[in-house]
Ligand binder design. Structure first.
Ligand SMILES: [Fe+2]
Length: 376
């Protein structure tokens, strides 16, 4: 052990440095060498230093504190690294990097329709502050309306690309919800479409859904939307054992037709790493034959049905008519949606949809908040 200065002590595997806290902070030499400022390419902002290429464990030849920075000359190549003490202080405790995209969810209920934030597409395209308010709404409330959508395919792509890259499901990159002659999905019929989240039969169901209403003059066909996080919170409060079952059980989902056989398992209620309710997955039309132990199903089915009935409760169920020129945008892992039956032939009905991922929504928020590690 070599003491260089009162505030700096070098050990075999790392060093201790006084940063103003009660105890000195410890930093591992590999970590210090790996995170030297020169390890990151200023243009690509990616790490270009190769820690695997070090033939010997990184060891300081010299280390000292000067001008508010820790300066290390490394043995071997005599590379010089400089670490501002304020930067070291931010990493002194093993805490996850603060993420502005993690924000409290504002739960909503059946009376939410008049309060859904509305954003005109031209304003979203031209004004960063409007875009920021929209992305914030989608993260906190999980649903927003985009208005003033032109009656074109391009309009949907324009709206989606404001958040991220449109992503396909096995239905394709875009889908048109209208009457199909040979439907392979209930959405393509005039029948009621029960409350669901989309495509749980995929390994990673799509994150943010865009549904652009191009025409809606039929009798019936009202849109149904529910904040699944609000319903799950109510179940957690009233029936905690049911809640736990739905959080822990992997449920089989499927979608099978002539040319595909998609299968995946999902949890009905999803918790994030903090234990907060982050989403729900539900779809009776894509739920496979449950293959769990039959005695386990004695407990699971009542919990599953209690949750399914609660989703339909008028306290939570928002019912409204989506108008031509509007695009409803919502978190497909949180917001449960459906459609009332409509009278075929009573008018025109055409919705065009696509998705982006939740990760891109969070990315959009971090960029709009200027909260990255690399600021221009
Ligand atoms: Fe759907």
């Amino acid at each position: 052990m070599l003491t260089c200065a009162p505030s700096l002590t070098l050990h075999d595997t790392g060093l201790e440095i006084g940063l103003g806290d009660e105890k000195p902070a410890y930093f591992n030499y590999y970590w210090l060498r790996d995170n030297c400022a020169t390890s990151f390419d200023p243009e690509t902002r990616e790490r270009v230093f190769d820690i695997f290429a070090q033939t010997a464990p990184p060891t300081p030849l010299e280390a000292l504190v000067e001008d508010g920075s820790l300066r290390i000359v490394w043995a071997g190549d005599r590379h010089v690294s400089s670490y501002p003490l304020a930067w070291l202080a931010r990493h002194a405790q093993a805490k996850p990097r603060p993420d502005p995209a993690i924000m409290p969810r504002k739960l909503w209920y059946g009376d939410h329709y008049p309060h859904i934030p509305r954003f005109a597409l031209p304003a979203l395209q031209s004004d960063r502050a409007t875009r920021k308010a929209w992305v914030h709404t989608l993260l906190s409330e999980g649903i927003a309306l985009v208005t003033d959508m032109p009656d074109t395919d391009q309009a949907l792509e324009d709206a989606a690309t404001l958040i991220g890259v449109p992503r396909p499901t096995f239905f394709g990159l875009y889908f048109d919800v209208n009457l199909h002659a040979k439907p392979d999905n209930l959405a393509y019929t005039a029948k009621a479409l029960e409350l669901h989240t989309d495509v749980p039969s995929e390994d990673l169901p799509p994150g943010v859904q865009f549904l652009h209403c191009r025409a809606n003059s039929t009798e019936g066909g009202e849109s149904l939307f529910v904040d699944g996080a609000a319903v799950a919170a109510e179940l957690r409060r009233t029936h905690p054992d049911d809640f736990t079952l739905l959080c822990e059980t992997l449920v089989p989902f499927y979608d099978e037709h002539d040319a595909y056989d998609m299968r995946a398992r999902q949890r009905v209620i999803e918790l994030d790493e903090r234990g907060d309710i982050s989403g729900v997955t539900i779809s009776q039309h894509m739920a496979d034959v449950f293959d769990m132990d039959q005695h386990f199903l004695d407990r699971f089915y009542p919990a599953f049905c209690r949750f399914g009935r609660l989703l339909q409760d008028t306290r939570f169920l928002m019912r409204f008519r989506l108008n031509a020129g509007e695009c409803i945008v919502f978190d497909n892992h949180r917001i449960v949606h459906g459609r009332a039956a409509f009278k075929a032939g009573s008018g025109a009905r055409h919705l065009r949809g696509t998705y982006t991922d939740r990760g891109e929504l969070r990315s959009a928020w971090r960029v709009l908040s200027n909260e990255g590690r690399f600021q221009p």
